[in-house]
Design a protein around this ligand. Structure first.
Ligand code: T3D
Length: 263
């Protein structure tokens, strides 16, 4: 499939998806979001793909909605923001959370607005020490979207989420790590190597088990203990039927590293 606004390549079981509009800090126009969605769907369908790496080209990760596309203040008919959020941003967030393969986000620079939301929806965020996160919405009179109000309070607590969202202050990568928003910080020069190696190591794990773990974590965000215990029991039975479980046990007994095939 050819892409105009992203690049997409697969090696070592990892699909690397790069947002590629560096001149506008990879902000989202509608076609770019459609390309991201199609690439996530392709990664989902392809059994050779066992992890996804999301990053941005140039000095920024993603500055959220492309404000040149927004017609407010330019006269003309009022845009249907609800429809836009439902059709452009929400499907990408669902695409990341429902993909039962690990998604690593390498935040190479500023992540603002829906760009920050998208990073927070990923399973692992590795940020360059020079990167930052800005809940930029309030600066333009909008509300946080693309799952920000769902993920951020759960990651950092209500007080910090409130201040980030109402004050739109820049959160550095070091602060994001300290607050529990992200997984790791890397030096800018080594970010992509580290992120690729990390994604490849995830791709070599028991993919079905990781996918079912993601389903459990998704459910746990809005579940009660009894429901969660029951879901764990059901999904454990599913994981136990995989070839990778048999291989994991064999490797343990033979005191060797497992060779997981992702099934
Ligand atoms: O429509 C709906 O569905 C509503 C949904 C909304 C979801 C959202 O994401 S709302 C939030 C939208 N994003 C923003 O408000 C962030 C806007 N950008 C910024 O505040 C700053 O650019 C940054 C803090 C992210 C980075 O600042 P800085 O100083 O490093 O870079 P810069 O000079 O501002 O930007 C560099 C270029 O990118 C610049 O273009 P130029 O002057 O070199 O030709 C700038 O205009 C462009 N750019 C940055 N962000 C956007 C953008 N162009 C279009 N849309 C952007 N979001």
């Amino acid at each position: 499939m050819t892409h105009q606004f992203i690049t997409c390549e697969t090696s070592e079981g990892v699909t690397t998806l790069t947002l590629n509009r560096p001149e506008v800090l990879n902000s989202f126009n509608t076609p770019m979001s459609a390309e991201v969605l199609a690439a996530l769907a392709a990664a989902d369908m392809d059994p050779r793909v066992r992890a996804v790496l999301l990053t941005g080209a140039g000095r920024g990760f993603c500055a959220g909605q492309d404000l040149a596309e927004v017609t407010a203040g330019k006269g003309g008919p009022a845009p249907d923001f609800a429809a836009h959020v439902r059709t452009v941003f929400n499907p990408m967030v669902r695409g990341i959370r429902q993909l039962e393969k690990p998604v690593v986000c390498a935040v190479n620079g500023v992540a603002a607005g829906a760009g920050a939301s998208l990073a927070l929806a990923c399973d692992f965020v590795i940020a360059a020490s020079s990167a930052s996160f800005i809940q930029a919405f309030s600066k333009i009179g909008l509300v946080p979207d693309s799952g920000a109000t769902y993920f951020l309070p759960r990651l950092v607590g209500l007080a910090r989420a409130t201040s980030m969202m109402m004050l739109a202050e820049k959160v550095t990568a070091a602060q994001a790590l300290e607050y529990g928003m992200i997984y790791r910080v890397a030096e800018p020069e080594t970010l992509m190597d580290e992120a690729r190696r990390f994604a490849a190591s995830l791709a070599a794990q028991a993919t079905v088990g990781l996918g079912l773990t993601k389903r459990l974590l998704n459910a746990s965000l809005s579940s009660d203990l009894d429901s969660q215990l029951e879901l764990e029991a059901r999904l454990q039975a599913e994981a136990a039927r995989t070839t990778d479980h048999v291989e994991g046990i064999a490797a343990f007994q033979q005191k060797r590293a497992p060779r997981f095939e992702g099934r």
